[in-house]
Ligand binder design. Structure first.
Ligand code: KG4
Ligand code: ZN
Length: 329
């Protein structure tokens, strides 16, 4: 089976070709236009998707050496995401699917992030814990099988990705903030400033990042760079405060479930310091990360999951609509 995956839930226009669980191409066009606004402007994002989709899909087909007539199905992100951008992708997918007379499979973006871990780790087995850390979500899941998920805990306010993005804005760094903070933290001393770690109660698997962001805001109000405290120290300390909380909660979730494996999913999984810290602190556990190209939003995960859904016959018919607030369960 050859399947075209399409992803337009936010500001990445992405298409990928997947066949028998293998990714033949994975094309992502990140809309750089939003960085000057410090965040994604939904109306601009929809229009960008509209003008980019054709060429991104063409590029994915060309790179995979596949022509349109060889496609057996299309899968597309149904939600969660921005209503307008999702609609652009779904309309494109349906139009193409109807023209080619092939099925169009709606895919949950969050489930896509989780399943991206199977792409690089073919031997990954259920059950496992999943830390889902993206721009809109910070959740811990117990993943028992495909479609059998239990929420262990989630954020009460900002997502971890949001803590990176909002922190970057306070620090005068561009959007998206995660990679910018990671870069600017290099060489800084992460123990220099004691930013708060909100661990909530002793056994809690919930998160809270809004206090940390406020604390950075107050700190920066009267911060002056000196020899003893440099901006890179502040940024490294801020990043470490986010990471420490994520690592501690993963540890607790593994203890609570008794599972041996935790997979990390979503854009924040690209963070190298998070990877190092998880591996260092949880040495006796198996911590799995997707390849870097499958961490942030991409269509490979949508194609891969679409193929699985088709194989197991678990998908809606073509009259499905966008679900901007779609949950994992
Ligand atoms: O999964 P994703 O691409 O989109 C959503 O579904 O939200 O995640 C985007 C988030 C943004 O908040 C971005 O700042 C963060 O992932 N991110 C990172 C890194 N790369 C992306 N955060 C920390 N370190 C990174 N290297
Ligand atoms: Zn995402």
């Amino acid at each position: 089976m050859i399947i075209l995956g399409i992803e337009t839930s936010c500001d990445e226009t992405a298409a990928a070709i997947c066949s028998e669980g293998k990714i033949l191409s994975n094309v992502v066009s990140q809309q750089l236009i939003h960085s000057k606004y410090g965040g994604v402007i939904p109306e601009i994002a929809s229009r960008e998707h509209e003008s980019l989709l054709n060429q991104v899909v063409d590029h994915a087909l060309l790179e995979a050496g596949i022509n349109l007539e060889q496609l057996n199905a299309i899968s597309v992100t149904q939600g969660p995401g921005l209503a307008g951008t999702l609609l652009t992708g779904i309309s494109f997918a349906k139009g193409l699917g109807l023209g080619l007379r092939i099925p169009v499979v709606p895919v949950n973006h969050l489930e896509g992030h989780i399943f991206a871990n199977f792409l690089a780790h073919k031997t990954l087995e259920f059950p496992f814990v999943c830390l889902l850390v993206s721009g809109g979500h910070t959740q811990l899941w117990s993943i028992e099988n495909m479609g059998k998920y239990n929420l262990l805990g989630e954020t009460r306010d900002d997502a971890a990705g949001e803590a990176f993005d909002k922190g970057a804005r306070i620090l005068g760094l561009p959007y998206p903030g995660g990679p910018e903070i990671e870069k600017a933290a290099k060489g800084g001393n992460p123990t220099k400033i004691k930013f708060p770690r909100s661990l909530l109660s002793k056994d809690s698997l919930e998160f809270s990042f809004s206090g940390l962001k406020t604390s950075l805001l107050y700190f920066m109000d009267d911060f002056k760079e000196t020899k003893s405290i440099e901006l890179s120290d502040v940024i490294a300390s801020y990043q470490k405060a986010i990471i420490d909380v994520l690592v501690e909660k993963v540890n607790r979730a593994l203890f609570k479930t008794g599972f041996k494996t935790c997979v990390i999913a979503g854009g924040v999984a690209a963070n190298e310091s998070l990877r190092e810290e998880l591996n260092a602190v949880l040495k006796s556990k198996e911590i799995i990360f997707p390849d870097l190209s499958y961490c942030t939003d991409n269509a490979a995960m949508i194609g891969y999951l679409g193929e699985l859904k088709l194989r197991y016959g678990k998908f809606e018919t073509i009259d499905f609509s966008v679900k901007p607030n779609l949950k994992l369960i």
